[in-house]
Design a protein. Structure first.
Length: 58
C-alpha cells in the first residue's frame, strides 16, 4: 500500500478531522511522507479541510 492510500485509510477510520501530525502518529508514518501524500490527495480532491490544518475525506 502506498503512503497516500495509507493516509486516506487513516483519515477514513478516524471518523473526525485530523491534522498531519496525528495522521503520522496513527498510521505509523514519517511526517514528511504524510505531508507529501496529503498534498497529492488535496490535488486529487480526495480530502478537504473543514477547519484550518485539519483534514477529512471528501
Amino acid at each position: 500500500m502506498d503512503t497516500a492510500a495509507k493516509v486516506l485509510e487513516v483519515i477514513h477510520k478516524a471518523g473526525e478531522p485530523l491534522n498531519a501530525g496525528k495522521v503520522a502518529e496513527l498510521g505509523e508514518l514519517e511526517r514528511k511522507a504524510v505531508d507529501k501524500a496529503m498534498d497529492q490527495l488535496k490535488k486529487e480532491g480526495k480530502i478537504v479541510s473543514p477547519k484550518r490544518c485539519y483534514w477529512s475525506p471528501a
